[in-house]
Design a protein around this ligand. Structure first.
Ligand code: HMG
Ligand code: MG
Length: 300
C-alpha cells in the first residue's frame, strides 16, 4: 500500500544551488526560499555551513539567514553542517535544525569531506552531541547508498553499517542518498528492508534520489510502497554534488507532486505555484528546468 500523506523535504535551495556554476545572488536565494514556502512546502533545507573554499556557491549562508529572518529558521528549516566550525556558525545564525552528511564509501568520504568514513563519523560526533544539547533536530544523510562513481556497486551490508554508525550518534532521521542516480526499484526495496532489519525505524527513513538514469520517481514510489513517508526532492529538478562525478539533478518536486496527486497521496503543496517558482528560478539561472512536468505545465 501507499501512505495517505508524504512529507516532502525540499532540497532545491541547498542541493540545487550548491551545484550551479554561477553564484546565485543572495537576494534571489531568499526570494526562492520565500516562494517555496508559499507553495505549502513545510520542510525546506535552506543552505549549508560548509567550508567556503569547498562550496563557494553557499558561502553566503549567514547572510541568507539574516535576510530571511524567522522565515529561514525553525525545526523545518534545516541546514547542512559537517563540523563544529559549521555548527558554531549555524547556531550563531539562530538555526535549530541541522543535517550532517556521511558517506557509505571511502572514496566519496575522502572526496567530499577530506576524511575516511571513520574519521568523518568522529568529526560528526561532537556536532550531533552539541546540537542535541541545544535541542536542535538532527538529520543524517548517507551518500552513495547504491553505487559510487569510483567504487561501483555498493554492497548493502556496507551501507547498513555506515547508516548504523550515523544513527548511533543520536540523529533523528536518516536520508538514504542515491547521489549519482543509479538505484533501481528492486535495489531500493532490498536496501530499505535491510535497514529496517538493522533496527532503523521506517518512520525515520527518508529517500534522496538523483535522476541521472531517469529512475528517481520509480524508486521513490517503490520506497513509499516499502513504508517510507519522507521524500527529498528539489524544485524544478535542480541539484547535484560538485564532489561526485556524474551526479545530476534531484527528483523534481513537481514530478513527485504530479505522481502523488494522481495517487491521492496528500502533500499540502500547490503544484501550480511550485511550477511558477521553478520557472522563475530557471529564468534567473538562464536555462530551462530539466523537469518534464515543469516544462509541460510551465508553457500552459
Ligand atoms: P578540510 O579542508 O579538511 O577542513 O575540509 P579544515 O578543517 O582543514 O578547514 C579548511 C579551511 O576551511 C579552514 O580555513 C577552515 O577554517 C575552513 P583556513 O584556516 O584555511 O582559512 N572551514 C570552514 N569554514 C566555514 N565553515 C565551515 C568550515 N569548515 C572548515 N564549516 C570540510 C573538511 C568538511 C570542511 C570540507 O570537506 C567541506 O566543507 N566539505 C563539504 C562538501 C559539500 O558541501 N558537499 C556537498 C554536500 S553533500 C551532498 O550534496 C550529498 C547529499 O545531497 C546527499 C546525496 O545526494 O547523496 C547531502
Ligand atoms: Mg544530493
Amino acid at each position: 500500500g501507499l501512505p495517505n500523506r508524504v512529507r516532502i523535504y525540499e532540497v532545491g535551495a541547498r542541493d540545487g544551488l550548491q551545484n550551479e556554476q554561477q553564484v546565485v545572488p543572495v537576494e534571489d536565494k531568499a526570494m526562492f526560499v520565500r516562494m517555496l514556502a508559499e507553495t505549502g512546502l513545510e520542510t525546506i533545507e535552506v543552505t549549508s555551513f560548509v567550508s567556503p573554499q569547498w562550496v563557494p556557491q553557499l558561502a553566503d549562508a549567514s547572510e541568507l539567514l539574516a535576510i530571511l529572518g524567522e522565515e529561514g529558521l525553525g525545526r523545518h528549516r534545516p541546514v547542512l553542517v559537517p563540523n563544529e566550525r559549521g555548527l558554531d556558525r549555524a547556531l550563531e545564525a539562530g538555526v535549530s535544525a541541522i543535517a550532517i552528511f556521511g558517506s557509505a564509501t571511502e572514496t566519496f568520504a575522502r572526496k567530499n569531506l577530506n576524511r575516511s568514513v571513520a574519521e568523518s563519523v568522529q568529526m560528526f560526533a561532537p556536532v550531533v552531541y552539541r546540537a542535541k544539547e541545544q535541542d536542535a533536530w538532527v538529520r543524517a544523510y548517507l551518500s552513495m547508498c547504491f553505487g559510487d562513481p569510483w567504487e561501483g556497486n555498493v554492497p548493502i551490508p556496507q551501507v547498513v553499517d555506515a547508516a548504523r554508525r550515523l544513527m548511533d550518534l543520536g540523529c533523528d532521521e536518516l536520508s538514504i542518498g542515491d547521489t549519482i542516480g543509479v538505484a533501481t526499484t528492486g535495489h531500493t526495496k532490498r536496501l530499505l528492508e535491510a535497514l529496517v532489519e538493522a533496527g532503523i525505524g521506517i518512520d525515520r527513513l527518508a529517500v534522496h534520489f538523483h535522476d541521472t538514469y531517469g529512475q528517481a520517481l520509480a524508486n521513490t514510489i517503490a520506497a513509499l510502497q516499502s513504508g517510507v513517508t519522507i521524500v527529498d526532492s528539489s524544485a524544478g529538478g535542480l541539484g547535484g554534488c560538485p564532489y561526485a562525478k556524474s551526479a545530476t539533478g534531484n527528483l523534481a518536486t513537481e514530478d513527485l507532486l504530479w505522481a502523488l496527486d494522481g495517487l491521492g497521496v496528500e502533500t499540502g503543496v500547490d503544484l501550480k505555484k511550485l511550477v511558477a517558482t521553478s520557472v522563475w528560478m530557471a529564468g534567473q539561472l538562464g536555462r530551462q528546468s530539466p523537469s518534464r512536468v515543469v516544462t509541460a505545465l510551465g508553457e500552459s
